[in-house]
Design a protein around this ligand. Structure first.
Ligand code: LHQ
Length: 259
């Protein structure tokens, strides 16, 4: 499929996706939603064992393209969320391979939610994050009301959401919103390198880890123990578990195949 609003490449088991509307700081339009969602959802079947997501130009993603929201009529935002944003966030969370994100510049509104939905998030030192929603009379969406209190705590979640102020990458790191801050010129290479590494790891275990940790908020300890029992039972029957144990005793590096 030829893409108009994203760049896509599949190499070394990694689906690399770059949001590609740099003049608008990669703000979302329906075409970008469709292309991004399809690229993500189709990545494992295309052979990807990890996904790398970033933005072209100086921004990561400025959320909804507000140019599409000017004018008289009152849009139905529930419909927009139902049709575009919620399926996108669900696609990322349901994906059975890890999604590594390099936030190369500003991540605003649903652009920040998008980053928070990813599994491992790097940010360029100069990147900023803001819950821009309130500045235009809205409340956070695309998962931010769920991600923020869980990652950063209620006080910071409310401060971020109610003030809509920019925070730095360093602050996002200190608050537990992201994994790592990297110098601007290195951030994409480093995050892509991590995605390449993950693509050589036991894919089924990575998928299980993602599912177990994302689902942990909905489970009490008893249910988590049961979940781990079932998960480990299934992983114990994978080729990668066999390979991992054989490699350990063979004193060699395991060659995981994702099977
Ligand atoms: C943009 C945008 C943009 C269009 C920068 N749209 N052009 C879900 C459901 C349905 C509806 C509503 O929304 C949602 C979810 C949401 O995401 S709501 C939140 C929407 N996003 C925002 O409110 C952020 C708006 N943008 C900004 O506040 C600033 O642009 C940030 C802080 C992101 C960056 O500021 P600067 O670095 O100073 O850049 P800039 O403002 O000069 O922007 C550069 C260009 O990008 C500029 O165009 P121009 O032609 O003047 O160079 C902006 O108009 C354009 N742009 N964001 N969201």
């Amino acid at each position: 499929m030829a893409h108009q609003t994203i760049r896509y490449a599949l190499e070394d088991g990694v689906a690399s996706i770059a949001l590609n509307r740099p003049d608008k700081l990669n703000a979302f339009v329906p075409e970008m939603h469709d292309e991004l969602r399809e690229a993500l959802a189709g990545a494992p079947a295309a052979g990807a064992r990890a996904v790398f997501l970033t933005g072209e130009g100086r921004g990561f993603c400025a959320g909804q393209d507000l140019g599409q929201r000017k004018g008289g009529e009152t849009p139905d935002l529930s419909e927009t969320l139902d049709k575009f944003y919620n399926p996108l966030i669900r696609t990322i969370r349901d994906l059975k391979v890890p999604v590594v994100c390099a936030v190369n510049g500003v991540a605003a509104g649903a652009g920040m939610s998008l980053a928070l939905a990813c599994d491992i998030v790097y940010a360029a030192r100069s990147a900023t994050f803001l819950q821009a929603f309130v500045k235009i009379g809205l409340a956070p969406d695309s998962g931010s009301t769920w991600f923020l209190p869980r990652l950063a705590g209620t006080a910071r979640a409310k401060g971020l959401a109610m003030l809509g102020e920019k925070i730095t990458a360093e602050q996002a790191f200190e608050w537990g919103l992201i994994w790592k801050v990297v110098e601007d010129e290195r951030v994409k290479d480093e995050a892509l390198g991590l995605a390449r590494h993950l693509a050589t790891q036991p894919t089924k275990a990575l998928g299980a880890i993602k599912q177990a940790i994302d689902g942990a908020w909905a489970r009490d300890l008893d249910a988590a123990l049961d979940h781990e029992r079932d998960m480990q039972g299934a992983l114990g029957r994978t080729g990668d578990y066999r390979e991992g144990v054989e490699a350990f005793f063979g004193k060699r590096k395991p060659a995981f195949r994702g099977t």
